[in-house]
Design a binder for this molecule. Structure first.
Ligand code: KIV
Ligand code: ZN
Length: 513
């Protein structure tokens, strides 16, 4: 019998079972440099977060603008299951702005570290204490739930921090929050701090950790492990500078490594991550845990072999748990087992000698620094197995694009399908649009295949950025197939992704017939 891979983990000493998820994607997440989300998009994200099952949504910082207040007010009116909260400094203008959004929950904060008090607030400890008490008291008098954050708590004098927390407790705060504002703490430090706070304060404690040293999730878990019952997190870990603790990583760690529960519908994690990434225009790094493109991708022969025998070998959690699928890549390190599994998916069963030749040929291509598309792999297999059925159904021969300031972008595409040559031209709003329309024109004519989705991400910054393109196509039977391609030339990557997707969906049809 297989041994549960979790059984060796001696870590299960979190004392409470249900952890509260306070999502701040729409507030701290929106503070990601260069990001600003309009009202409509904020509301859409709030609805997605609610479906995901977060317990609280920090919808924004009401004082910042009229548009922000409008969006927060609309979110508060949606009748969502999650509690809706707004951020306010410990001053009347901010709290009044939050109250004007009809919120029932206000998150107020003031910095308590020497460095912030001296260089930012220009206040001494007594003044900060007075502001904190006043703010909590004022907000409570308006009948709302109040969470109090001591900004830069982890760099604050411990005695002063405890004094402020005790004072806001007496002033009526409902919750306190410990921000590691500059991600400066270590898990050990957080454990010690949270224990001391919990011994002195009877209110529920939240953690708010930033990721400047990549420790935000570890620190949030350390806080939970020592008595905190809630964490402030963001989708995809977005936020100021290096971001906040990532909701996906935090939740999956709690569920899988610590056997703790949250209300999160984990199968919606990937979908929500994509939604936020697309809506806010912030790309998720490919190797990001849980939601990164490569998190469930396997390239090397050793790994794919293991995965095929038993996914537990190289997958600590099953991809379906977070709404994903595993994929195998026919790259330079791919071995016979992985290639065989990929071919088997298409109903192709080469014998040992054929498989050996397919792998050799695929490695020759990979050695040239070119990642092989599924269509190409199938075509190689077809040639080696002497079966024309697996040939690429559409072969791209060439394409030309004309674009410019006073020219309507125009693409001319030349391709062949089953021995027939096609040349067609199309115009579009840009060169990619023109090229895809031209290919689609032929694909519709020959096989009734249409583009359903096109997505372009820039993987790196700068004018030489690598573009990553995803294309989804659909045939007349409703089969949907996607393909991804990356390259420095966005038009070439788009055309290749489109061709690959068309070939894949065509082949599926052939194999099913
Ligand atoms: O990081 C931080 O300290 C904050 C506060 C406003 C809680 O975001
Ligand atoms: Zn923050």
């Amino acid at each position: 019998m297989d041994k549960d891979p979790k059984s060796n983990i001696p870590n299960n000493h979190i004392s409470i079972n249900q952890i509260r998820i306070f999502d701040t994607t729409l507030r701290d997440g929106e503070q990601t440099p260069g990001v600003s989300v309009d009202s409509e998009h904020k509301i859409n994200i709030a609805i997605k977060l609610d479906e995901l099952g977060v317990d609280a949504i920090e919808a924004g910082f009401p004082i910042v603008s009229e548009g922000e207040r409008k969006a927060i007010k609309t979110i508060a009116k949606q009748g969502l299951k999650a509690e809706i909260c707004g951020l306010a400094r410990s001053v009347q203008t901010d709290i009044d702005a939050a109250l004007s959004c009809d919120l029932k929950y206000i998150h107020t904060f003031i910095a308590t570290s020497d460095i912030h008090m001296k260089y930012k607030l220009h206040m001494n400890q007594d003044q900060v204490l007075e502001h904190a008490i006043w703010a909590v008291d004022y907000a409570k008098k308006h009948g709302v739930q109040v969470e109090f954050s001591a900004e830069d708590a982890t760099r604050s004098d411990r005695n002063f921090l405890l004094k402020v927390f005790k004072a806001v407790q007496e002033a009526g705060a409902d919750r306190i929050d410990i921000p590691d504002t500059v991600g400066y703490a270590t898990p050990c430090y957080i454990s010690n701090l949270v224990k001391e706070v919990s011994e002195n304060i009877s209110l529920p404690v939240s953690m708010h950790c930033h990721d400047d040293f990549g420790l935000a999730v570890a620190n949030s878990i350390a806080g939970i492990n020592s008595g905190a019952t809630c964490a402030h997190v963001t989708i995809n870990g977005i936020g100021e500078r290096a971001g906040n603790a990532s909701l996906e990583e935090f939740v999956m760690s709690l569920h899988c490594l610590y056997n703790k529960k949250t209300n999160i519908q984990t199968q919606l994690l990937f979908e929500t991550s994509k939604f936020v990434s697309n809506t806010m225009g912030i790309i998720v790094q490919p190797n990001k845990a849980i939601i990164g493109e490569n998190a469930f991708g396997h390239e090397s022969g050793i790994h794919t072999h293991g995965i095929i025998n038993n996914p537990l070998t190289y997958e600590p959690i099953s991809p379906e748990l977070v709404g994903r699928k595993r994929w195998l890549q026919a790259g330079k390190h791919a071995g016979a087992h992985g290639i065989k599994a990929m071919l088997n998916e298409f109903g192709i069963n080469p014998n040992d000698e054929q498989l050996h030749q397919i792998v050799e040929q695929q490695k020759t291509v990979a050695d040239r620094g070119k990642s092989i598309t599924t269509g190409e792999l199938l075509s190689i297999s077809g040639q080696i197995m002497g079966n024309k059925k697996f040939d690429e159904k559409f072969k791209l021969h060439d394409f030309h694009i004309v674009t410019g300031l006073n020219i309507i972008p125009t693409a001319v595409i030349q391709l062949s399908s089953e021995g027939k040559e096609f040349i067609t031209s199309e115009i579009g709003v840009g060169p990619v649009d023109a090229a895809l329309k031209a290919i689609q024109k032929i694909a519709v004519e020959v096989a009734n295949i249409k583009v359903r989705e096109y997505r372009l991400d820039s993987i790196t910054g700068g004018s030489d950025a690598l573009a990553e393109v995803s294309v989804k196509v659909e045939d007349n039977l409703g089969n949907v197939v996607s393909s991804r391609k990356s390259g420095a030339d966005v038009v070439v990557a788009s055309v290749q992704a489109m061709m690959d997707a068309i070939n894949k969906v065509m082949l599926r049809k052939v194999l099913e017939s």
